[in-house]
Write a protein that binds this ligand. Structure first.
Ligand SMILES: Cc1cc2nc3c(=O)[nH]c(=O)nc-3n(C[C@H](O)[C@H](O)[C@H](O)COP(=O)(O)OP(=O)(O)OC[C@H]3O[C@@H](n4cnc5c(N)ncnc54)[C@H](O)[C@@H]3O)c2cc1C
Length: 815
């Protein structure tokens, strides 16, 4: 047996395709002091039995870019390493059996083309010509990606391993890691069955074991295994070879030709979670019992699409486990709980096609200390701590496997494991007709069904059933007053003699402000990229109250705690559950609130961006005059046990002012009209405040500077090569979501980062960055263009502005 080193710069746990790809890419970057430990043999977990499809089209721009890189990597790997991979660029065809599915495919095609992916639209007949055994009955169209491929997962993993070894990586099989060692919040090494190995960084690539490996160090890795089924037929006479991969998402099926046989696999709507009690110790190159009754309905649908299956004999019924995450996206990056602990796991049945890209960016992340570009889609810091709860994961996993091929409707909400995280006002909102959506398990009212109608989504790519109700909520906020439950906000307290100094360093804006001031600010990395976008309220000389979005609670708290220098007198607490939040927004909000308090609410006494603790109803409430909707308004931070009485008081007083309950869809429409940015869509760690048009929130000259200032100074001097603009479609009936390509004078200049219908402006609105091949962009260049947005391969004229389309002078906010 090969002996273990005493120390390695990076220890990788797990020798599946993902672990080997991370090792390969670390070596490529010149980091050779790497040890990969595999408990049995390489590929013995999930990798060995994968079907080997390598597709490139993913739900978002960045994930598609990563999948595209994987394909390019695999295409050259055999040549580079001398190890055969079995990779064949056979192309793929995705067929659509309904108009919405075709729209989904076309939207994907538009996005993919915007960065050079080859995509062709096919008629059903053309699809049939390329795939002769296909029944085109009921099809309305298809897309063809000529550069998609298929590979042999075992051989490809071995090729990555060989490439890694060439670069100096040590790969040792039959060594099981048994514990993570750490000290002072940082990894120090691993324990194995053969002894201890010190490490500066550890990468958990343990596939379906990764949740348990994380749990050894109290690190949250929320994934759960599920059974995944395919069959391989006997040889089929007349089966063309090579044949593109065929995907029929409406039938939940994929088809791959291999050595004259067909492999047919499924993503059924109700999957079978597996291994809840833990993955068996001896599981290696194993499979699970076949379950013909489970896949029989799927098989029947597949036969309708490829009728030859009815007469082809089945050689193999395969059932193997794969891990799934609560939102069907993989888990990547440094964990918030433990510095130096990285994860690449939970690949939701696309680990072969994702491994190349994921391995590359994770290697960059480990070596450079930050991701190479915005990876929020897959960043493990999006996960909430509760999500590793096994019952939650098991129930959600039943649904997530099928979601891979389900319609990716705009606003689609999961149906399983719901109602697990609720605000104190949840039942009152439900009684008032709320239709809830979910963010990190939190139930949030998205819209309110008018009396007599059901609070249930009817999905489509057009105006959905809630459009009119949400428009009325929007209008109430613009004209009278609306009430939002924003309790899902992340809330932190930073306290101590050094709290002001800690925040001054990480906030781009000035937070050394008088007590009771609310400061809108970004937290920047040293590259000037926006790590967080939030408000900071000075509660006392030595205490700040920090408010951020629900989705970034874990990430932002981690950034905050890691920014406190050792030995400083500052303690951060996550107090999110301690306060409910109500947003009382609209021109009549002050009048309404005045009936519930004797505090002076006049602008002179209570101006914009200030915060005070005052009586509201029977409670003492922190009221902050701030808005995300562009009207006069107040956010009420209510100790949770008082939330219901304050809510009741507001609602009973509200009738006289035309109060209306409003949901997150209305809020999104309102904020979009004001071009308020949303972190994760419009701003991220690769966008600077200057590019994002948030220069007004930079306190350039504050004493001591701030993290990221030097990068911003350089950018200010060099000019901006990217700028965020507001976009309005010149077509009242079409809708924007995100990722739609943006054209200027017939040239691609950007894409939509978030979109929503603006009910006051009366058209679909979006935000998005534009660029011109690296040239500095002037206001005049932006104003002079003729713009179009590409929607499902069709270009629609649009207006573009550096100013919001609603109230650019900010008159309504400050009144
Ligand atoms: C039936 C089926 C078909 C599929 N088809 C496709 C496809 O066509 N295309 C595609 O992209 N994806 C496909 N997938 C998904 C793909 O196979 C997985 O996403 C991918 O293999 C995951 O790789 P991994 O390296 O994360 O996990 P694994 O391959 O499971 O590797 C994890 C490794 O970690 C090791 N390990 C665990 N604990 C320890 C420890 N304590 N110490 C040391 N080592 C440890 C395990 O032994 C294992 O080898 C399919 C999956 C299934 C089940």
């Amino acid at each position: 047996m090969e002996s273990l080193p005493a120390h390695a710069r990076v220890v990788i746990i797990g020798g599946g395709i993902v672990g080997c790809s991370v090792a390969y890419h670390l070596a490529k970057r010149g980091c050779s002091d790497v040890l990969l430990l595999e408990r049995r043999r390489l590929t013995c977990g999930t990798t060995w039995h994968a079907a080997g499809l390598v597709g490139q089209l993913r739900a978002t721009h960045n994930l598609t870019r990563l999948a595209q890189y994987t394909t390019q990597l695999y295409a050259g790997l055999e040549r580079e390493t001398g190890q055969a991979t079995g990779f064949r660029q056979v192309g793929s065809i995705a067929v659509a059996a309904s108009e919405p599915r075709l729209e989904e495919l076309k939207r994907g095609a538009s996005m993919a083309r915007s960065f050079g992916l080859e995509v062709e639209l096919l008629s059903p007949g053309e699809a049939g010509e390329r795939w002769p055994l296909l029944s085109t009955a009921g099809l309305v169209g298809a897309v063809y990606l000529p550069k998609d491929g298929q590979t042999n997962p075992v051989d490809t993993t071995q090729a990555l391993a060989r490439g890694a070894r060439h670069g100096g990586v040590r790969i040792i099989e039959n060594v099981k890691v048994t514990a993570i060692r750490s000290a002072h919040g940082r990894v120090t090494g691993v324990a194995t069955e053969q002894g201890e190995v010190g490490a500066d960084a550890i990468v958990n690539c343990a596939g379906m074991w990764a949740r348990e490996v994380g749990a050894w160090a109290e690190v949250n890795v929320p994934l759960h295994a599920a059974e995944h089924f395919y069959i391989v037929t006997e040889p089929i006479t007349g089966l063309a070879s090579p044949l593109p991969i065929l995907r029929d998402a409406d039938a939940g099926a994929y088809f791959k030709e291999d050595t004259g046989k067909l492999l047919v696999g499924w993503f059924e709507p109700h999957a079978k979670p597996w291994g809840e009690a833990g993955i068996p110790e001896n599981f290696a190159f194993d499979q699970l019992p076949a379950d013909l009754a489970h896949i029989e309905p799927m098989f029947a649908q597949a036969m309708r699409r490829v009728p030859v299956l009815a007469s082809a004999g089945v050689q193999v019924f395969f059932n193997g486990p794969e891990s799934f995450t609560p939102d069907d996206r993989y888990l990547l990056g440094e964990t918030p709980e433990l510095a130096g602990m990285y994860v690449a796991a939970g690949f939701n049945s696309i680990g072969i096609q994702s491994a190349g890209g994921a391995g590359k960016v994770l290697a960059d992340w480990i070596i450079d200390g930050h991701p190479p570009f915005d990876l929020w889609d897959v960043d493990i810091r999006r996960c909430a701590a509760f999500q590793r709860n096994k019952r939650y994961l098991r129930e959600r996993t039943e649904e997530t496997l099928g979601l891979l091929y389900a319609m990716h409707w705009p606003f689609r909400q999961p149906q399983s494991a719901r109602g697990v995280r609720k605000s104190a006002l949840h039942d009152r909102l439900a009684a008032a007709g709320a239709c809830f959506g979910e963010v990190a398990g939190y139930e949030r009212a998205n819209w309110f069904a008018p009396p007599g109608s059901e609070p249930r989504y009817e999905y489509s790519y057009g105006r959905q059933n809630w459009f009119a109700a949400s428009a009325a909520e929007h209008q109430a906020v613009r004209e009278r007053v609306g009430l939002f439950d924003q309790s899902s906000f992340g809330k932190f307290v930073l306290k101590g003699g050094d709290a002001a100094a800690v925040l001054a360093r990480i906030c781009a804006n000035d937070v050394e402000v008088p007590l009771g001031r609310v400061v809108y600010t970004q937290w920047l990395n040293e590259r000037g990229g926006i790590e967080a976008d939030l408000t900071v309220t000075r509660e006392a000389a030595d205490a700040y109250f920090i408010v951020t979005s629900c989705a970034t609670q874990t990430r932002d708290f981690s950034w905050l705690t890691r920014s406190i220098p050792g030995g400083s007198h500052a303690v951060a607490l996550d107090v999110s559950s301690a306060y409910a939040v109500l947003g009382l927004m609209g021109p009549r909000s002050r009048e309404l609130l005045a009936t519930l308090t004797d505090a002076d609410l006049s602008t002179a006494a209570f101006p914009f961006a200030t915060s005070r603790i005052i009586d509201v109803g029977y409670a003492r409430v922190r009221v902050s005059r701030i808005t995300y909707v562009g009207e006069l308004g107040y956010e009420l931070y209510i100790p949770t046990e008082f939330a219901q009485s304050v809510y009741d008081a507001i609602v009973s007083a509200g009738g006289a002012f035309g109060l209306r309950l409003a949901g997150y869809h209305a809020m999104n429409s309102l904020r979009m009209e004001k071009a308020y940015r949303h972190w994760g869509h419009d701003v991220s760690d690769e966008d600077t405040p200057l590019e994002a048009g948030l220069g007004f929130a930079i306190a350039w000259e504050k004493p001591g500077g701030f993290l990221g200032r030097e990068a911003l100074l350089r950018q200010r001097e060099g000019g901006l090569a990217r700028r965020l603009v507001a976009v309005a479609l010149e077509h009242p009936d079409r809708l924007l979501y995100h990722n739609e390509p943006l054209w200027r004078n017939g040239r691609l200049v950007g894409r939509i980062s978030s979109g929503m219908f603006g009910h006051t402006v009366g058209t679909a609105l979006g935000l998005g960055y534009v660029s011109d091949g690296g040239a500095a962009l002037s206001d005049e260049w932006i104003a002079a263009g003729r713009y179009e947005v590409e929607l499902a391969t069709e270009r629609i004229p649009a207006r573009v502005s550096l100013q919001p389309f609603y109230d650019p002078a900010r008159e309504r906010v400050k009144c």
